[in-house]
Design a protein around this ligand. Structure first.
Ligand code: TGC
Ligand code: FAD
Length: 388
C-alpha cells in the first residue's frame, strides 16, 4: 500500500475537493498504470489505450471551463493530478501536460470561439490527441530564432519548416505549431493530421521516456486554412505563456516521481538485511532517507505556494522557473540516491526507480533546460539578460 510522505502536514492546506481528486487519480494510477508501465517502458512502447482513460478521469484540461469539456478546477488540483500521474511515470504526466497546458490552454486562451468549440471537447475526452511544436532541429533553447514560417497566399497559409522532439507528434490529431509570418512575427497554427505535405515521423531509440511517443513535425508546403490561425496572440510570448502552465505542472509532477522513489527505498531499506541488520539501521542509509524526505518536503511547500499564487494569477514566470528547476533536480537526485539504497536490485524493472531516473533526464531538459531556468532567475534578480 502506497504511503506518500507528508512530513509538514501539507494535506491540511488542501480542501476536501483537492483530496478527493487526488485520491481518484491515485486509484487510477494504481489500477491502470503501475501494473503495466514497466513492460511498456522496457518495450519502448507508448500505452495508447490509456489516453481515453485519462480523458475519463479528468486528467485533460482540469482548469479549462466545463463548457469546453474541462473540469473548471483550480491550479492546485491541476498540480495534484500531475503529481499522481508522474508517480506512475513521467510519460503519463507528459501526455497530460501537453494535452492540457500546451494544446488545450492555447486554444482556450488564444483561439476563436469556433476553434474552442471544435477542438476542446474532443481533446478533453482524449478522442483527439494534441501536440505542441516549438523546438526545431537547430533551435531548442532559443525558439525566438525558429525557421519554420508561413506565407499568406490569399485564401490559405503556406507552411514550411520542421519541428523536432515533439511529444505525441506521430499520433496527434492536431498540432499547435509556432511559426513566423512574413514579418518575422511568431503565430500559432492548428495543423491537423492528414494535411497534404505534413508528416510526423517517430524518434526511436530513446533511453528516457521510453513509454512516451516522441517525433518530428515536418511541413513541406502545407496549405493551412486561414481559420486555423490562433487569432488572439502574436509573438514569442504566446508559446512561452503555454510553457508557464506546463512548467508549473512539472514542478508538481516530479514530486510524484520523487515520492515513489522514496517510498520504494524506505520499504526496501527496512526489509533488506546486511550484516544481520536491516540496511535502514545504518547511519549512511538513514542520512540518505532523511535528506530525501527533507527535499520532498521543501518541494511540496514550494509547489503549494506557487499554486496559491497561480490561483490568484500572481505567479510570475520567474517563480515558475525556480520551482521547475528546483523540483526536477530534487527528483533526479532522489532517484539516484534511492537507486543506490536498492543496490543491484535498483537497476531492475522490478522497481520503478531506474525508470523514473531515466525519465527525469528528459524532464530536466524539456520545458526549458536546467541552465535556462537558472538564467531566467539570474535575469529576474539582476535585471540583466544573459541571452542577448
Ligand atoms: P524574450 O525576448 O525574453 O521574450 C520574448 C517575449 O516573450 C515574453 N516572455 C514571456 N511571456 C510569458 N511567459 C514567459 N515565461 C515569458 N518569457 C518571456 C517577453 O516579455 C517578450 O515579450 P514581448 O511582448 O516583449 O515580445 O525571449 P528570448 O528569445 O530572449 O528567450 C528567452 C528564453 C530563453 C527564456 C526563452 O526562449 C525560453 O524559455 N527558452 C526555453 C525554450 C523552452 O522551454 N522550450 C520548451 C519547448 S516545449 C517542451 O519542451 C514540451 S515537453 C512536453 C512534455 O512532454 O511534457
Ligand atoms: P540546446 O538548446 O541545444 O541546449 C544544449 C545545451 O546548451 C543545454 O545544456 C543548454 O542548457 C545549454 N544552453 C543553451 N543555451 C544556453 C545559454 N544561453 N546559456 C547557457 N547554456 C545554454 N519541444 C517541443 O516544442 N514540444 C514538445 O512536445 C517537446 N517534447 C520533448 C520531449 C522529449 C522527450 C525531449 C527530450 C524534448 C522535448 N522537447 C519538446 C524539446 C525540448 O524542449 C528541448 O530539448 C529543450 O528546450 C532544449 O533544447 P535542445 O535540446 O535543442 O538543447
Amino acid at each position: 500500500m502506497y504511503n506518500p510522505p507528508d512530513y509538514y502536514q501539507v494535506d491540511e492546506l488542501l480542501t476536501d475537493e483537492h483530496k478527493m481528486i487526488r485520491s481518484s487519480i491515485r486509484d487510477w494510477v494504481n489500477r491502470s498504470v503501475k501494473p503495466i508501465i514497466d513492460d511498456y517502458a522496457q518495450k519502448h512502447e507508448y500505452p495508447t489505450h490509456l489516453i481515453k482513460e485519462m480523458g475519463e478521469i479528468g486528467a485533460f484540461g482540469p482548469f479549462i471551463p466545463e463548457k469546453y469539456g474541462g473540469s473548471g478546477l483550480d491550479h492546485i488540483s491541476y498540480g495534484l493530478i500531475m503529481t499522481e500521474l508522474e508517480r506512475g511515470d513521467s510519460a503519463i504526466r507528459s501526455t497530460a501536460s501537453v494535452q492540457t497546458s500546451l494544446v488545450m490552454y492555447p486554444i482556450y486562451a488564444f483561439g476563436s470561439e469556433e476553434q474552442r468549440q471544435k477542438y476542446l471537447p474532443k481533446l478533453a475526452t482524449g478522442e483527439w490527441v494534441g501536440a505542441f511544436g516549438l523546438t526545431e532541429p537547430n533551435h531548442g533553447s532559443d525558439p525566438g530564432n525558429m525557421l519554420t514560417h508561413y506565407e499568406d497566399k490569399g485564401d490559405h497559409y503556406l507552411l514550411n519548416g520542421a519541428k523536432m522532439w515533439i511529444t505525441n507528434s506521430p499520433i496527434a490529431d492536431v498540432s499547435v505549431v509556432w511559426a513566423k509570418n512574413e514579418e518575422g512575427k511568431v503565430h500559432g497554427l492548428l495543423v491537423e493530421k492528414g494535411m497534404e505535405g505534413f508528416t510526423a515521423p517517430e524518434t526511436h531509440n530513446k533511453w528516457s521516456l521510453r513509454a512516451s511517443l516522441t517525433g518530428e513535425l515536418v511541413f513541406d508546403n502545407v496549405k493551412v486554412p486561414k481559420e486555423n490561425l490562433l487569432p488572439n496572440i502574436k509573438g514569442l510570448k504566446g508559446p512561452l505563456m503555454c510553457l508557464n502552465s506546463a512548467r508549473y505542472g512539472i514542478a508538481w509532477g516530479v514530486i510524484g516521481a520523487a515520492m515513489d522513489c522514496y517510498d520504494t527505498a524506505l520499504r526496501y531499506s527496512l526489509e533488506r538485511k546486511q550484516f544481520n541488520k536491516p540496511i535502514a539501521s545504518f547511519q549512511l542509509q538513514q542520512k540518505k532517507l532523511a535528506e530525501i524526505l527533507t527535499e520532498i518536503t521543501k518541494a511540496q511547500l514550494l509547489a503549494w505556494r506557487l499554486g496559491t499564487l497561480r490561483n490568484e494569477d500572481r505567479a510570475t514566470p520567474a517563480q515558475i522557473s525556480m520551482a521547475k528547476r528546483n523540483n526536477v533536480e530534487m527528483a533526479l537526485k532522489i532517484a539516484r540516491e534511492s537507486r543506490q539504497i536498492l543496490g543491484a536490485m535498483g537497476i531492475t524493472g522490478d522497481y520503478p526507480i531506474m525508470r523514473h531516473m531515466m525519465n527525469l533526464e528528459s524532464v530536466i531538459t524539456y520545458e526549458g533546460t536546467h541552465d535556462i531556468h537558472l538564467l531566467i532567475t539570474g535575469l529576474d534578480i539582476t535585471g540583466i539578460s544573459s541571452f542577448e
